[in-house]
Design a protein around this ligand. Sequence first.
Ligand code: GDP
Length: 458
Amino acid sequence: MNPIAAMDDTIVALATPQGVGAIAVIRLSGNEAISIVNEVFKGRDLSKQESHTIHFGTIRDGEKILDEVLVSLFIAPKSFTKENVVEISTHGSPFIIKQMIQLFLRKGARLARAGEFTKRAFMNGQFDLAQAEAVADLIHSDSEAAHAAAMNQMRGGFSAEIAALREQLIHFASMIELELDFSEEDVEFADRQQLQGLVDRLQEVIKKLVDSFDLGNVIKNGVPTVIAGKPNAGKSTLLNALLNEEKAIVSDIAGTTRDFIEDEIHLEGLSFRFIDTAGLRETEDKVEAIGVERTREKMKQAAVIIYLFDLAEERLEDIQAEVAKLQEGTIPFIKVGNKMDKAKPEILEALQQEEGWIFISAGQKENLEELKDQLVSKVNMQEIKAGNTVVTNARHYESLIRTQQALDNVTNAIVAQIPGDLMAMDIREALHYLGEISGTVTTDDLLENIFSKFCIGK
Ligand code: GDP
């Protein structure tokens, strides 16, 4: 499919969610957007109005009035897609919406495919690919941190920085290719030292971005959190206490229909996702060895571990031995003494002398706030708070890693004084992967893959 040819037509879709609502917005984009609407709109002549104006009137199918509407006009190129765009606010009745969209289809528009408005915006140079993807992330962001990261990326994020460095690299690539034309004469147009300097600068920027992906992943998908501990320590009691509070908070927000995501809680703008809670909810009276094995496995996937000790049952030596084992691992953990209400006094006293303990009663829901504070403190949010760019997209991450490798090859080629033509290949490869991020280099498959994940109307 030729993407340019496919953009000649005018597309239409519902831009607001399906179902009944106070208002629904139908959006059209394309050369004929204004004339198609004008044909069925009774009110001012839309073809004579200025861009960025709103007009009240009725939409009619023949003599039949479908609805009273507000029509917003955006004349090319001053619109989201850089094409003519008309947005029609109707009453939010699925019947009206269906009638109206069918009317526009009869008048020459065609139904938009998933993500097609955003794809057109990208194709017409409104923003680069990474920014287009951020639009999708923004729509799906369900925590403050995810929102901040998507917003930063949508507004440019690392796009400008990468584009500037890519420009310089292109300059070097062409210098080296010039050398190839003069290969008989053994001249060097591309200063190797300068090239190395540029490669180093690029590597520095890219490393920062690559490193930020750990945090980015956590922001986008939630912090994988594990509640561990011996059978009967109170793990499922704690999980239920935390999740029930979350449920109460979510349903307290009047008028919202936000979905409650099972096994996830929101703290300080981050979401914490509890891993393998199905296992926790089963009673653990099966073979204990299986339970222990499973706990080890899931602890490996965690970014934070809440480790529960039963202050009423466990012996001090056992607790201390277990803590020592935990300290050998690399994953941050929180030592939590549970069943404070029934704690053996000598154990409680002994542990209170040690650093870093939190004492709770999951059963009585006591001191859970302190535990939550600790959870938040285990995730380094400085990057996001400082407004730094954080890579949250796995596709960008992969391209960055490939760029790193290609740049390593360039460095090796410089050091080994390898002929220009081979070095030019490595530089081209680095340019290719960098270009993939911004969409300077794309394939139909890649675009299809990205935009098909958008919803229709976006
Ligand atoms: P799990 O095996 O680690 O998931 O432990 P459970 O959550 O099933 O709890 C084991 C038992 O300890 C249950 O009878 C709970 O009611 C009890 N329990 C959990 N938390 C507390 C607590 O804070 N205080 C007391 N007294 N009992 C608790």
